[in-house]
Design a protein around this ligand. Structure first.
Ligand SMILES: Cc1cc2nc3c(=O)[nH]c(=O)nc-3n(C[C@H](O)[C@H](O)[C@H](O)COP(=O)(O)OP(=O)(O)OC[C@H]3O[C@@H](n4cnc5c(N)ncnc54)[C@H](O)[C@@H]3O)c2cc1C
Length: 303
């Protein structure tokens, strides 16, 4: 392969985790290529919270400042493209993109985030990140003491109610069909005046993502300020597992405390590795991958 197309490290995914890895590596004088498909999971949310110095900024503002600072290091390049495949080679790894490019690298960092799978409820996707919220640490403060719903069922619903209760006491649980909560959990929720509504949901009626009310299949309505809910999660791509990186029981890439995957030379950070989703934790994990990838390169070169 053309050596101009070979890097010390290729970072797949150029959002918070990937850019943070890029900064550590750029400052370590490493030749780095960041390849990014440009679709971070929080792109629809109007404001991002709970990240020091950037509280309340838009997700794009945070990543554009980060990108500008990372690309100020001359050994770091950024490519807008999507990685379609990656293979192990004698020298390290080869990475292929959807636009037909091929690059080599001694080490790989995977920072591709995670894909949210929405339940089949009309209006859910439009409200996602705006008035359908997944995390109270990110968005709970902005709806504190408001009339809030939770869409969930079973043990998850109970845990969710307990989690949200300190942000608002004006809470209703929507199980979207027959409740599967235990009698003990139902009694506890009743003691906290959390109503359980078992009616099936037809639609989250909204205007540009601003929730107006839940419309049920029996055509009744329930007005709400916002809803906490979570969908399913899956990896954006299979190349990590195709390369042999093990996933844990929840489908996240397994990493140790140094963000090393189960395959030597491949590191991973951010939402693809953990259900603890936050900008701060993604930046932290990304920084660690940069440091550890550089440590291996130093050891190999210095002997
Ligand atoms: C709706 C919503 C709101 C949120 N609000 C907050 C908040 O207020 N505060 C907070 O701290 N956290 C918030 N989070 C969590 C936070 O956004 C994530 O933890 C964070 O974005 C994870 O960073 P990441 O770099 O791992 O992944 P992401 O930011 O999701 O970025 C992954 C990047 O990799 C790219 N990619 C994927 N596959 C490929 C591929 N094959 N090739 C190339 N590139 C690829 C994607 O296009 C994307 O650009 C929110 C999350 C959601 C879903």
């Amino acid at each position: 392969m053309d050596t101009t197309n070979t890097f010390d490290v290729i970072i797949i995914g150029g959002s918070y985790a990937g850019l943070s890895a890029g900064m550590a590596l750029g400052r370590s004088l490493r030749n780095v290529l960041i390849i990014d498909a440009g679709e971070p999971c929080n792109r629809q949310t109007p404001h991002s919270h709970n990240f020091l110095t950037q509280d309340g900024q838009t997700p794009a503002q945070i990543s554009s400042i980060a990108k500008e600072q990372v690309l100020a290091y001359p050994t770091v390049s950024f490519l807008e493209d999507k990685v379609s495949d990656a293979k192990q080679t004698n020298a390290g790894f080869e990475v292929f993109t959807e636009r037909g490019k091929r690059f080599g690298a001694r080490k790989l960092i995977i920072a591709t985030g995670i894909k949210d799978i929405f339940p089949e409820i009309k209006g859910f996707a439009e409200c996602w990140g705006i008035t359908v919220l997944h995390c109270p640490y990110c968005h709970g403060y902005e709806v504190k003491h408001e009339n809030i719903g939770i869409i969930a069922n079973g043990d998850v619903a109970f845990e969710f109610c307990r989690l949200i209760f300190n942000w608002t006491k004006n809470l209703t649980l929507f199980t979207n069909g027959t409740s599967t909560l235990s009698d003990e959990h139902k009694a506890k929720l009743a003691s906290k005046k959390i109503n359980i509504v078992e009616k099936e949901i037809a639609e989250l009626v909204n205007e540009n993502g601003q929730l107006q009310h839940i419309l049920f299949k029996d055509e009744t309505k329930h007005p709400l300020k916002a809803i906490f809910a979570r969908g399913g999660l899956e990896q954006h791509a299979t190349f990590a597992s195709d390369l042999g990186c093990e996933l844990n029981d929840f489908g996240f890439i397994k990493v140790n405390e140094f963000q090393e995957t189960t395959v030597k030379g491949i590191f991973a950070a951010g939402d693809c590795t953990t259900m603890m989703r936050s900008v701060a934790l993604s930046v932290s994990g990304g920084n660690m991958t940069g440091v550890i990838a550089n440590k291996y390169l130093l050891e190999e070169d210095f002997g």
